[in-house]
Write a protein that binds this ligand. Structure first.
Ligand code: BES
Ligand code: MN
Ligand code: ZN
Length: 509
């Protein structure tokens, strides 16, 4: 979908439909909605009077223009109470509007930017966003909301329905440049998120560790960054025995994917990103129950997030250095698989007692985190579908955050807010370490059911040394079984936009 910004009057927009809005409690529309209402001869005001149009959050009212406008239809989106309006609501309204119009076959759609330019908008503007930010959110919401994973479905009628152009109509010429730039940024954020969704939705039989490496190379080529993909031989040379240990049960060779973007001057921030890349997690010898096991094709959602975010950071030309690492392998049972009781010596030299082969994510991350340290990163963030315990603790709304550095955590939380991705900080008291002290080896890979998300994070902390680090557990947020707002059913692409926003945050130091 093409997204344009034009200066003009919405009532002059030629196309299939135009989107306007209404805040809750408004009796007489203002701004662009008022101009459209005037052209319609007062239909919107009439609908308000009879109580059919209230402006309540989530309300969608389709009005037929019947020749009074160059478009066939006007979609009035309820914005809710002005004091509840946020930038994330702009994303949601934008997504809901284009989804509605796509469903009814619209191809050329015009829209105004929600929440700025009216009295109510001025109010929300004072609470933290301007026309450019709202425009970016509008573009993001539309592109994210229209996402579909259609690779494995042959042409059906739905696939033929596409919105070709979304035209943002703005009255104020002064805003044109900033808004056009905002659309470009919004597109980069949204397309990176959708690229991550594609990787996560792809099944395990096609998205093997080798294929993930190929896809990373492809993404790197398109965004002009360096990508190396290490195989078993190089991994043995590096001493990545924890990663190799997990890979032992599989026929597919493991990979360590290394992406390098050098945007900043030397001595500036160097962000290390590590993403869990288990392309299928059966649990290994400690095999999982059959129910919902198919969702474990998405156990590489952390990998997808760091690959897509690094590409986006490069496309935005941010003056920062990023090294992204993805330890990729399958976790399967076989005669050669890792067994409970086995002891591994990780790349860092630390010995690990494998209690449960289903706690494989922390094993592969141990080596990648240590490798990141050897690359001398100044900040380290890992993203992983690490624990079912995190889903129990936070449900599917918040990702869990764990850290050894409050200042970096604060930046990650701020980045999450900017991105519209919820993140909740979790405790990391030293006492939790007791639970993963090894009996025979130095540490063990599980600490029992109690505090499972925390002991997972504690395990990782053994491999980051004193590098400022945040671990993001996305086990509850990497996919959703219900469509909502700009989030279709399936992979969410969570943390792509947070990581890109984090890079922006680190530059404001
Ligand atoms: N990939 C899973 C965690 C997971 C669970 C992700 C549900 C997404 C949804 C991870 O490898 C795992 O199996 N973790 C175990 C750890 C346990 C054995 C200590 C878990 O959570 O049960
Ligand atoms: Mn597992
Ligand atoms: Zn896993």
């Amino acid at each position: 979908m093409d997204i344009r910004v034009v200066v003009g009057d919405v009532t002059k927009f030629r196309g299939d439909a135009v989107v306007v809005n209404l805040f809750e409690g408004v009796r007489a529309p203002v701004g662009a909605t008022a101009t459209v209402d005037a052209a319609l001869g007062g239909t919107i005001r009439k609908l308000i009077q009879v109580g059919e149009l209230t402006g309540k959050w989530g309300e969608q009212t389709l009005v037929h223009a019947l020749g009074k406008l160059p478009v066939d239809r006007v979609l009035v989106m309820g914005l809710g109470k002005p004091e509840d309006f946020t930038l994330d609501r702009v994303r949601i309204v934008s997504a809901e509007a284009v989804k509605h119009l796509r469903k009814i076959g619209a191809r050329q759609v015009g829209t105004i930017v929600h929440g700025v330019g009216t009295r109510e908008g001025a109010h929300t503007g004072a609470r933290g966003f301007n026309a450019a930010q709202a425009t970016q959110a509008l573009a993001e919401g539309a592109l994210l909301g229209l996402y579909r994973f259609t690779r494995y479905k042959r042409d059906n009628d739905d696939a033929k329905k596409v919105i070709e152009t979304l035209t943002i109509v703005e009255r104020d010429r002064q805003r044109l440049r900033a808004m056009t730039e905002a659309v470009r940024r919004g597109r980069i954020f949204a397309e990176a998120t959708n690229a991550a969704r594609d990787l996560v939705n792809e099944p395990g039989n096609t998205l093997t560790p080798t294929e993930l490496g190929r896809r990373a190379k492809e993404a790197a080529r398109r965004s002009g960054i360096r990508c190396r993909v290490l195989g078993p031989q190089e991994l043995r040379r590096l001493g990545a025995r924890a990663l190799l240990g997990v890979a032992r049960g599989s026929q597919e060779p493991p990979r360590l994917i290394v992406l390098e973007y050098r945007g900043g001057r030397r001595g500036g921030p160097h962000l290390g990103l590590v993403g869990k890349g288990i392309t299928f997690d059966s649990g290994g010898i400690s095999i999982k129950p059959a129910e919902k096991m198919e969702t474990m094709k998405g156990d590489m959602a952390g990998a997808a997030a760091v690959i897509a975010a690094t590409s986006a950071i490069a496309l935005l030309n941010l003056p920062i250095q990023v090294t992204a690492l993805v330890p990729a392998t399958e976790n399967l049972p076989s005669g050669t698989a890792l067994k409970p009781g086995d002891i591994l010596r990780a790349m860092s030299g630390k010995t690990i007692e494998v209690i449960n082969t289903d706690a494989e994510g922390r094993l592969v991350l141990a080596d990648a985190l240590h490798y990141a340290r050897t690359r001398k990163v100044s900040h380290l963030v890992d993203v992983a579908t690490l624990t079912g315990a995190c889903v129990v603790a936070l449900g599917t709304l918040n990702s869990g955050a764990f850290t050894n550095n409050q200042a970096l955590l604060d930046k990650v939380l701020a980045a999450g807010r900017a991105a519209g991705e919820k993140i909740w900080p979790m405790p990391m008291d030293a006492e939790y370490d007791e639970l993963i002290k090894g009996d025979i080896a130095e540490i063990k890979n599980t600490g029992g059911r109690k505090g499972g998300a925390i002991t997972g994070a504690k395990f990782l902390q053994h491999f980051v040394g004193d590098t400022p680090w945040v671990h993001l557990d996305i086990a509850g947020t990497f996919e959703t079984d219900k469509e909502k707002g700009y989030q279709p059913k399936g992979a969410t692409g969570v943390m792509v936009r947070t990581l890109v926003s984090l890079a922006v945050e680190l530059l404001s130091e």
